[in-house]
Design a protein around this ligand. Structure first.
Ligand code: HEC
Length: 199
């Protein structure tokens, strides 16, 4: 007890005036692990921001194109913009993407841990799934579920108009991303952010 009080007295004046717990389940408190936890926390925040940026920009872009010309006119926009927006939402230390258990574009498959999550959750409704955030091998890995909304059905639903369907099939011969209903789980936005080494 005296030892702990003595250590507490050695702290700088800016430190909070309280005694740290004697030990954590994982071992004694030390500055190294505190720095590590901070680095992991900020990697998770970076990953979180990237998933939000991608989710928002894609949704805005698709709705704007739909308003201008309906689903048929919006397909080329989705096709050419998706890759660009996906790259822009990431950075050197963050990678981000959209994936699904029923892909339209096979290039969107994403990392294996994302595919595993999608397989495990593919039969569930959006309301019954939760995202994940983990630190694995020095990376923050994040998954945020994507919901099918009424505005998605023109290109991902059960009654797709003939001209749109023809255009989709021409551009995506392996398309599996139709037959959804509002409230279904469409897939996930994922992100990986490298945990910066402690200084
Ligand atoms: C105008 C038609 C259109 C609309 C509306 C649309 N999408 Fe898509 N969606 C596409 C196309 C085209 C792709 C393939 C893009 C690519 O090549 O990466 C795609 C791909 C995706 C992907 C990436 C995984 C995959 O299957 O390749 C997700 C996730 C997705 N859409 C979700 C949605 C959601 C959620 C909505 C509604 C908010 C929506 N889409 C509305 C046409 C559309």
């Amino acid at each position: 007890m005296w030892l702990i009080l003595a250590l507490a007295c050695n702290r700088g004046p800016q430190e909070p005036d309280r005694i740290e717990p004697i030990a954590e389940p994982s071992g004694p408190v030390d500055n190294g692990s505190a720095t590590q936890r901070k680095a992991e926390g900020s990697a998770i925040v970076s990953a979180e921001l990237a998933t939000k940026a991608l989710g928002n920009t894609m949704k805005e872009r698709v709705s704007a194109a739909m308003r201008e010309g309906g689903p048929l006119a919006a397909i080329p926009a989705c096709q050419s913009d998706a890759a660009t927006l996906t790259a822009a939402a990431g950075s050197n230390d963050v990678r981000v993407g959209r994936s699904s258990a029923k892909l339209r574009n096979p290039d969107n498959a994403g990392p294996e841990w994302v595919q595993d999550w999608l397989q495990d959750n593919q039969d569930k409704r959006f309301d019954h799934v939760t995202g994940t955030s983990d630190i694995v091998d020095g990376e923050a890995r994040l998954i945020r579920p994507i919901q099918v909304e009424p505005g998605c059905l023109g290109c991902h639903g059960t009654h797709i108009d003939q001209a749109t369907q023809t255009a989709l099939t021409a551009a995506y011969p392996q398309d599996r991303a139709t037959g959804y209903a509002a409230g279904d789980l469409r897939g996930a936005v994922w992100a990986i952010a490298r945990v910066q080494a402690a200084e």
